[in-house]
Design a protein around this ligand. Structure first.
Ligand SMILES: [Zn+2]
Length: 414
């Protein structure tokens, strides 16, 4: 049997469309309720038993579900239980960081197929070179997925900046890009792949990674803050990512949190990026050159943050107070987000997570002082456990979400 084709071509609202939607309904139900029987699916989804049997048969043929053992059903008869298979399909996420490229592939059952991270300083390089490097990484990742007997269902690139729905990076302060097409040249460099290629904001993808795989997965109202060279915000509201009218929502890095604070790359003073970004913290604690933004390589930044953690743990006053001040500025932004959006959880990602032990108390203090909600009704503020992987993992997650929700339609295998 040939692997089923997966396409993103919009389908007419006809029988095939209804069937694709129903396939997704069954798939989503099994994902949340597995192991479950065909009768369970019919009872929970309202689809009739014959339809469920036919849908399940197709999903088994496509290696998206598999049968596992028998159990007694409610009236004492044996029923075959179903679980997600998904080993034949994987989503790939790539991320462009200030100092690294990351690739992650995950199959539909949630198994990690690969995690690669390599040092690469994108800021200052011509976009064409960055895209050529992404294409190289994507080809290697796709080859690895296919060698693991799977097909690639899609690939999404996480970019720190404003990305429009056509895959154009309208602006990225971190990369110093303006109106750079990424999706079209990447598709060309990949020779017109038979899977969809997407480009999205890194913070939005980080939030989607948290929603699908994080410690607070499934929290319907979730805010994720990136913590690398700049601060970006990814929002999930009612279980759906908030992108805004143009896809630009969540750009909080230039919110003023300290009017007498340091000058920002945007020309204003006291922006969140400049006052509370990880690079700002590294500058304040002394070792990094004052104009180091975006100029570190991967190892240098990791080593600097690890050194900061060591100095904080040793009780170095200068480091503790710098982290505390950064935490207070970050707390102002967190309070604004909490008052505006009323989320269940606000997660600090990237390198903020490593500093959480000293950073979180200050963030919480500032948040408490500005929160409108009473003590018992405030969001949980925590560090992310996804680290530098969040953006790329979100790139894979958004592809798999599209399968789950039938936005990627399944064409009949030949
Ligand atoms: Zn600014």
């Amino acid at each position: 049997m040939r692997m089923a084709d997966v396409r993103t071509v919009p389908q007419p609202a006809d029988f095939a469309d209804v069937r694709a939607t129903n396939l997704a309904v069954v798939l989503r139900h099994v994902r949340t309720a597995a192991p479950c029987s065909r009768a369970d699916i019919a009872a929970s989804t309202g689809l009739n038993k014959a339809t469920v049997s036919s849908l399940v048969a197709e999903l088994i043929e496509r290696r998206m579900l598999r049968e596992t053992g028998l159990t007694e059903n409610r009236i004492g008869r044996p029923a075959t239980m179903l679980v997600i298979d998904g080993s034949g399909y994987a989503g790939i996420g790539l991320a462009i960081g200030p100092d690294h490229l990351t690739a992650i592939a995950v199959d539909l059952a949630g198994r990690r197929i690969l995690t690669w991270r390599r040092s690469f300083t994108a800021p200052g390089k011509p976009p064409g070179r960055v895209i050529a490097e992404l294409a190289r990484l994507a080809r290697r990742a796709a080859a690895r997925v296919e060698a693991a007997a799977g097909s690639v269902v899609g690939l999404t690139v996480a970019v720190p900046g404003l990305v429009d729905p056509a895959g154009v990076v309208c602006r990225s302060a971190v990369l110093d890009w303006h109106d750079v097409e990424v999706r079209a040249p990447l598709e060309r460099a990949l020779g017109g792949p038979d899977y969809p290629v997407g480009v999205d904001n890194d913070a939005t993808l980080g939030a989607l990674a948290e929603y699908r795989y994080g410690a607070h997965a499934g929290a319907s109202d979730l805010v994720y803050l990136t913590g690398e060279a700049a601060v970006g915000v990814g929002l999930i509201s009612g279980g759906v990512p908030v992108r805004g009218a143009r896809g630009f929502a969540g750009e909080l890095g230039h919110l003023c949190v300290d009017p007498s604070g340091p000058r920002c790359s945007c020309g204003h003073t006291g922006c969140l990026d400049a006052a509370a970004g990880v690079d700002a913290l590294l500058r304040r604690t002394g070792d990094a050159p004052p104009d180091a933004r975006g100029a570190r390589d991967l190892l240098a930044r990791d080593v600097e943050v690890a050194d900061l953690v060591r100095r904080a743990a040793a009780g170095e006053e200068r480091v503790r107070s710098a982290i505390d001040e950064v935490g207070i500025r970050l707390g102002y932004a967190v309070a604004l987000l909490a008052n505006l959006l009323d989320p269940q959880v606000i997660l600090l990602g990237g390198q903020y997570a490593a500093l959480g032990r000293w950073l979180l108390p200050a963030v919480q203090r500032a948040h408490r002082s500005l929160s409108v909600a009473p003590d018992t009704h405030r969001p949980l503020i925590a560090t992310s456990n996804l680290g530098y992987e969040a953006g790329a993992l979100g790139g894979a997650a958004v592809v798999l979400d599209a399968v789950d929700s039938a936005r990627v339609a399944f064409a009949r295998s030949a």
